[in-house]
Design a protein around this ligand. Structure first.
Ligand code: BDR
Ligand code: CA
Length: 312
């Protein structure tokens, strides 16, 4: 069934982005392009991380495009060094890659792919929505051309992870997120902190990763060790949330939703302490033309599934 679909991944690597990519590549689905966006690190750093990651994965066949250096309005927010390290990979240095980046920007590439693949194309957005918003500005029909979009971002009833209510991907480009949420998509699934914090990865899980004989998996385990330590103050000892890997698992239908609700989404913008807060208005019924949903629970637990699928 998944053979029918092709995937465009937009990301800001980022330790959980790296774990998500490791998982996605192991599933064997067809990834036609990876776009990089500002977020956890500057876009140039994220692009270099992606190139080095794909080289070690033996997947230099997947084109990498560079996206927005700055959010739609304002300047780069400074990144998430406390969680991902200043280099985005928790100080774990991967070997340089000779990869040549795509001639097209991420937004232009996404528009090109939408025209080429139509509803076969699925978008997985693991970072701020800068590139997706830019693509819609360029091609307003994009939300209806592609099959669906799965977005890791936002917080509904859960607390935010940047401010009391704002989640990092939305906070890092709230105007782009508002733009993306304001248009009618054929099918949009938001994967907020409410569900990603139900799917945790433990120190014991990471020991299984670290025991792998695959060099890339070993490096990712070193990154996750940094992430586990960074998560300690917020989540207690020995566990970290699988934010981006869960979005991937839902996008490829490996985790099934047990609580998912139709809704309308918007983002608080402007000069307010609530900047970047995602506002979720639940709807009674799904619209016929546009389908926007928020994921609130899903099964099975992702950590064992992810470990099994990457052979750990
Ligand atoms: C999201 O923010 C980033 O730091 C992570 O990579 C994830 O995409 C979680 O709030
Ligand atoms: Ca991310």
């Amino acid at each position: 069934m998944d053979g029918d679909y092709v995937y465009y991944v937009d990301c800001d690597p980022g330790i959980d982005d790296a774990l998500a990519l490791l998982y996605l590549l192991q599933t064997g689905v067809e990834v036609v392009s990876i776009g990089v966006v500002q977020g956890n690190v500057e876009v140039a750093v994220g692009a270099e991380n992606t190139a080095r990651f794909l080289a070690l994965a033996g997947r230099t066949d997947i084109p990498i495009s560079l996206g927005g250096h700055h959010p739609m309005i304002g300047e780069f927010w400074g990144g998430a060094a406390v969680i991902h390290g200043v280099d985005g990979f928790g100080g774990v240095e991967l070997a340089r890659s000779e990869a040549v980046f795509d001639d097209l920007s991420s937004s232009d590439r996404l528009v090109d792919l939408a025209h080429r693949y139509g509803t076969r194309l699925r978008i997985i957005a693991l970072g701020p929505l800068t590139n997706i918003a830019a693509a819609i500005t360029r091609e307003p029909s994009l939300p209806h051309l592609v099959g669906n979009i799965t977005i890791m971002g936002g917080a509904y009833q859960a607390a935010g992870n940047v401010t009391p209510h704002a989640e990092a991907n939305i906070y890092a480009d709230p105007y782009a997120a508002e733009h993306v949420f304001s248009v009618p998509w054929r099918d949009l699934l938001l994967v907020p902190l409410d569900i990603t914090t139900q799917h945790m990865f433990s120190t014991a899980d990471n020991q299984r990763l670290a025991a792998s004989t695959d060099p890339l998996t070993q490096r990712v385990a070193e990154m996750v060790e940094f992430y586990l330590n960074a998560c300690r103050p917020k989540y207690g000892g020995g566990e970290c949330p699988l934010h981006d890997p869960l979005a991937v698992a839902l996008a490829i239908d490996a985790v099934k939703l047990t609580d998912v609700r139709p809704c309308r989404l918007s983002v608080i913008t402007g000069d307010t302490p609530d900047l970047g807060r995602t506002v979720v208005s639940m709807l009674d019924e799904d619209g016929a033309e546009s389908r926007t949903r928020i994921a609130l629970a899903g099964e099975p637990d992702l950590a064992p599934l992810l470990l099994n699928s990457i052979g750990c």
